[in-house]
Design a protein around this ligand. Structure first.
Ligand SMILES: Nc1nc2c(ncn2[C@@H]2O[C@H](COP(=O)(O)OP(=O)(O)OP(=O)(O)O)[C@@H](O)[C@H]2O)c(=O)[nH]1
Ligand SMILES: [Mg+2]
Length: 201
């Protein structure tokens, strides 16, 4: 894919505060999961070159609903609220956790989880907890390290090794930066291969 080219014509489908509010599953769906403020919504906007479709904020806790996007007839992505945001009210945190857990466990057409991790913070407590939970879930997971532009090449390499050691990744995770056009092509090559691999099983 040419770096500047749009891969899909993305449209927003709907938002859900609770699992049962999601539309009936159709096609193949992928969730974008990660700690609050890791860059999930930014990643969606940038990788899909869809402007500011997903709402972004400097402050954590911006995405509070599951937002469903249609990429093409049979392909959907879901932007989820972040986990690990300590400042939200107890009630809100409980709703987010339940929405994430219900969605990841029960969604019938969930084909895989794109798991975003901040490249600067391998082994953050909330991610360690998520890692255990994901291992028990048995879904396919594609780890992506965000905010790559915050580190030099040599620091990136060091962090990638650290992530592989900490989480036992067998393949080096993709490094993403919403400030670098080249990230798009690198990510889509990996995603398409991962998707094809899953569809073979
Ligand atoms: N430098 C840099 N900043 C980024 C990158 N990705 C995201 N950010 C910034 O990180 C902040 C959080 O981004 P969001 O996309 O709102 O993060 P989120 O994970 O959706 O956050 P919640 O919805 O609150 O869970 C924003 O200020 C973004 O501009 C990146 O690749 N590089
Ligand atoms: Mg968000």
């Amino acid at each position: 894919m040419a770096e500047s080219q749009k891969k899909y014509s993305v449209e927003f489908v709907c938002s859900a505060a609770h699992f049962k509010e999601l539309p009936a599953p159709t096609g193949e769906e992928y969730a974008v999961l990660g700690r609050s403020n890791v860059g999930k919504s930014t990643f969606i906007n940038h990788s899909l070159a869809c402007g500011a479709l997903a709402r972004v904020s400097k402050r954590p806790g911006k995405t509070t609903l599951a937002n469903l996007y249609r990429l093409d007839e049979d392909l959907f992505w879901v932007d989820l609220p972040g986990y690990g945001y300590a400042e939200a009210s107890i009630a809100e945190k409980e709703r987010w956790s339940k929405l994430i857990a219900d969605y990841c466990k029960k969604r019938g057409n969930l084909a895989g989880i794109i798991w975003l991790l901040d490249i600067r913070h391998p082994g953050a407590a909330a991610d360690m907890e998520a890692n255990e939970w994901l291992a028990g879930l048995g879904r396919r997971v594609l780890p992506v390290l965000t905010k790559g532009d915050k580190l030099s090449r040599s620091q990136q390499k060091k962090q990638v090794n650290e992530f592989c050691d900490t989480f036992g990744f067998t393949e080096e995770p993709v490094i993403y930066s919403s400030l670098q056009h080249s990230s798009r092509g690198i990510f889509w090559d990996r995603f398409d291969a991962w998707r094809r691999n899953g569809n073979k099983c």
